[in-house]
Design a protein around this ligand. Structure first.
Ligand SMILES: *Cc1c(COP(=O)(O)O)cnc(C)c1O
Length: 237
């Protein structure tokens, strides 16, 4: 028997999300080409990812290195993969092989480990620094007030190509409640760019519950799972 609640129309969802992105761009006077949609496919099958590919998406986000490694061989080679979760140091080498962009560089120790392994592998990985804008203890990331000092050291890591910042806003029932966190990340970025003469063009912020506001506050990448693929099923783990 088919349970229709399990059927997600991925193509229709992508159209809806794209329309919402377009609207948020319009509201804030931004060009839609400035905002990249990263479809978060964690816990979803290669078949579901293929549906999103057929609907035109090329960039996918996974939060586990192992899961990405298992999915890669089953999917087209021209897709671009983003690591959006916390990266353990013993998985750095594999992560560098699988992902085009690492969103969650959340400590100096991890940054140094990536730099060292990238040197061994002859790579220049592109990364984002995760910032814990809400200060919640459960979240990874640099504290905003510590990032400028950490940046001095991060910039000495010659292999790391730091192209921007990433954050996860706290859960909120109203999108407007998270606006200050997104604005805060943009202001922190502006401050660091000015003080240190570095370019940090990318702001990875916004998920299913809050991406329109994130775009209004300057997001260049939104990481969207549920609104595209439906609810994640963790029962099979
Ligand atoms: C799971 C996840 C997302 C996607 O969340 P949705 O609410 O399903 O859109 C985005 N970013 C990170 C870091 C995640 O872990």
């Amino acid at each position: 028997m088919i349970n229709f609640e399990d059927i997600t129309n991925i193509e229709a969802n992508i159209q809806q999300v794209s329309a919402n992105i377009a609207e948020a761009c319009k509201t804030s006077g931004r060009n839609q080409s400035e905002v990249r949609l990263v479809a978060v496919s964690k816990n979803h099958s290669p078949q579901q990812i293929l549906q999103a590919v057929e609907a035109g998406l090329m960039q996918f986000g996974e939060n586990r290195v192992q899961e990405a490694r298992d999915k890669h061989p089953l999917l087209p080679e021209n897709l671009s993969w983003h690591l959006i979760g916390h990266l353990q140091r013993n998985k750095v080498r594999l992560a560098l092989k699988l992902f085009d962009l690492i969103h969650g560089v959340d400590s100096l120790e991890l940054a140094s480990a990536i730099d060292r392994i990238a040197a061994e592998e002859g790579l220049l990985p592109r990364v984002l620094l995760q910032v814990n804008v809400s200060g919640e203890g459960s979240k990874f990331g640099f504290q905003p007030d510590q990032l400028p000092a950490a940046m001095e050291e991060l910039l000495t890591l010659e292999r790391l190509d730091i192209i921007g910042l990433m954050t996860i806003a706290p859960m909120a029932s109203e999108q407007d409640a998270v606006r200050p966190y997104f604005a805060g990340l943009r202001e922190l970025r502006d401050q660091i760019q000015e003080q240190m003469a570095v370019g940090l063009p990318e702001l990875s912020m916004g998920m299913t519950g809050d991406y329109q506001v994130a775009i209004e506050e300057g997001a260049t990448m939104v990481r969207i799972g549920t609104a595209i693929f439906g609810k994640r099923d963790y029962s099979k783990e």
